[in-house]
Design a protein around this ligand. Structure first.
Ligand code: MSP
Length: 525
């Protein structure tokens, strides 16, 4: 049977247009999905919107809309953006859909029956104008962190999930499943900051607003945030419903991608909910860092917001995805600056990748009228070294990518691009032509085209159009030369004719002009 791969992104709060930071999670997940598709695996990706809560209710009211009208519009906006960014999700769940709400109610009842959920009192610092509770640590100078006004100590009846009961089981699970949390340091953060100091029970209902899923047996309560949101990963697959075939096929998830701000919910509450449901846990939860701006978080008030569609419109989808994925380190936040974006475009994409292709295609045309010579069975030392280098880099790429060190994996590909460019200088084909060293010249052209073919396949998960374009330009038509498996061989190119047109895939940009352009976008956003 085919290997399967099920991947999820967080479901998004529908609070406005998504900036490049919010889009990052989904671009990342999509690239990982595409990698598995390319490897021939039965891959399924889930995303959606997280549509309940007081803030959404208020926002809709302020716009003169019903909450449902508002969230539907927002969900459409999200779907449109994913379409423009060619995200290949297989399902999009809205938490206001019946298929979700009904099952969340069933799960709540099950937890009540199991005595995992109990009724108690929620006590906290309440901001009356904002109608929101805060914990002491959330307050800013003892006042509301949102509006700065006085807060009052208040209590209300609420249901709680007994997290403490599962703490030891969770620690044991972490210990026995080293692949469960990536990168590993996030596990230590959870243990040291939240579990060891004593896990608090989680409040799972509210009575102060009603835009949420009602508790069937106590309808003045609505099920609050995390029990509603996290369970989307199950309800979208039909868990506990009449048709649970997708659930049977895909659960447990192979990978759940989340940003660092929601790590705690996914690494502590989520596995505990799953344990309480007696379900297997996802194989890996990947926590990524944030894309930051020079002056901190992206925000409209700072005038530093960048929207993905603006970058896509001007620089193309592939350049945008390349930047986002390449610029995010594993252990710290990534930085977006207009300068860095344009430099990556000019250096990595134009100087390194596009020029390698152009130079190679031009030489095959010049020396062999566009027809690629066949593989020479006895490569010389320089050629052999290049072959070995390519094989090593492909291995390194897979190792890093499979460990979800995506930016490091992409760096491995660009090492191969640089090494292949260097090979042109090392073999100096123009010199070989002058000296009439036909065999060496043939071998040099073959190795260049073969490395470019491999590079094109390696970038396909995140630069799909560029990959196709490169393969077309170097005359790779047969499907079996475009597969992931075909990275394993070096000697199979035959009857290949490269393009006779000069079609650079990336053209050098004027740095000053483009930096100004991006800055003006940020100011107007
Ligand atoms: N609704 C919750 C998730 C519920 S999942 C059961 C939520 N939504 S969100 O819209 O606020 O965030 C969606 C994703 O965007 C999260 O993974 C979050 O970490 C990510 N990002 C938001 N800003 C980001 C950056 N600046 N950079 C990278 N990712 C960022 O959280």
């Amino acid at each position: 049977m085919n290997k399967k791969f099920f991947i999820t992104t967080p479901i998004y709060y529908p609070s406005g247009k998504f900036h490049i930071g919010t889009a990052y999670t989904t671009v990342l997940a999509d690239s990982i999905k595409r990698y598995h598709v390319l490897k021939g695996e039965d891959s399924y990706m889930l995303t959606g919107t997280d549509e309940h809560g007081q803030k959404i209710q208020e926002k809709a009211q302020s716009l003169g809309k019903t909450p449902k009208e508002y969230v539907d519009e927002m969900a459409k906006m999200a779907k449109d953006l994913w379409e423009q960014m060619e995200i290949q999700h297989d399902d999009f769940i809205q938490t206001t859909e019946e298929r979700h709400e009904k099952i969340v109610q069933k799960i709540f009842d099950k937890f009540m029956e199991q005595k995992d959920i109990y009724k108690g009192e929620y006590e906290g610092w309440y901001c009356i104008p904002c109608e929101t509770y805060f914990t002491k640590t959330q307050l800013v100078d003892g006042k509301c962190p949102d509006c700065g006004r006085e807060v009052k100590r208040m209590k209300e009846e609420a249901y709680f999930f007994n997290m403490k009961k599962y703490a030891d089981r969770l620690l044991k699970y972490y210990d026995e499943h080293p692949d469960f949390i990536k990168p590993e340091y996030r596990k230590n953060e959870m243990i040291n900051n939240f579990i060891k100091p004593g896990l608090e029970d989680l409040c799972v209902t509210r009575t102060s607003f009603d835009w949420g899923i009602k508790v069937l047996k106590d309808p003045k309560h609505v099920i609050y945030v995390w029990l509603d949101a996290l369970t989307n990963y199950l309800t979208a697959l039909g868990y506990m419903s009449q048709d649970d075939s997708l659930f049977k096929k895909y659960w447990p998830a192979d990978l759940q991608v989340v940003g660092k701000d929601i790590a705690r919910f996914h690494l502590i509450y989520w596995p505990i909910f799953l344990m309480a449901l007696d379900l297997p846990l996802p194989k890996t939860i990947l926590v990524h860092n944030w894309i930051m701006m020079k002056d901190g978080k992206m925000s409209k008030s700072k005038g530093n917001v960048v929207y993905p569609e603006d970058l896509v419109d001007r620089y193309g989808l592939d350049a945008t995805k390349y930047f986002l994925l390449r610029e995010m380190p594993v252990n710290q936040d990534g930085l977006f600056t207009p300068e860095a974006f344009i430099e990556r475009y000019n250096f990595d994409l134009c100087n390194d990748l596009s020029n390698l292709l152009n130079r190679t295609v031009a030489m095959v045309n010049k020396y062999f009228e566009g027809k690629l010579p066949k593989y020479n069975g006895t490569p010389n030392a320089v050629d052999k070294e290049l072959e070995e280098y390519a094989n090593t880099k492909i291995k390194d790429f897979e190792e890093k990518w499979n460990d979800y060190q995506i930016s490091v994996a992409i760096q491995e590909i660009w090492d191969l691009v640089s090494r292949t460019n260097k090979y042109i200088d090392e073999t100096s084909p123009w010199q070989l032509a002058k000296e009439n060293k036909k065999e060496e010249l043939e071998s040099s052209m073959y190795h260049l085209v073969e490395n470019i073919r491999k590079i094109a396949i390696l970038i396909a998960p995140f630069m799909n159009d560029t990959s196709k374009n490169i393969l077309k330009q170097i005359g790779i038509e047969k499907e079996n030369l475009k597969t992931w498996d075909s990275l394993n061989y070096y000697d199979k190119l035959e009857d290949i004719k490269v393009t006779d047109k000069k079609e650079p895939i990336f053209m050098r940009l004027n740095k000053e002009e483009e930096v100004e352009y991006i800055k003006s976008l940020m100011k107007s956003n």
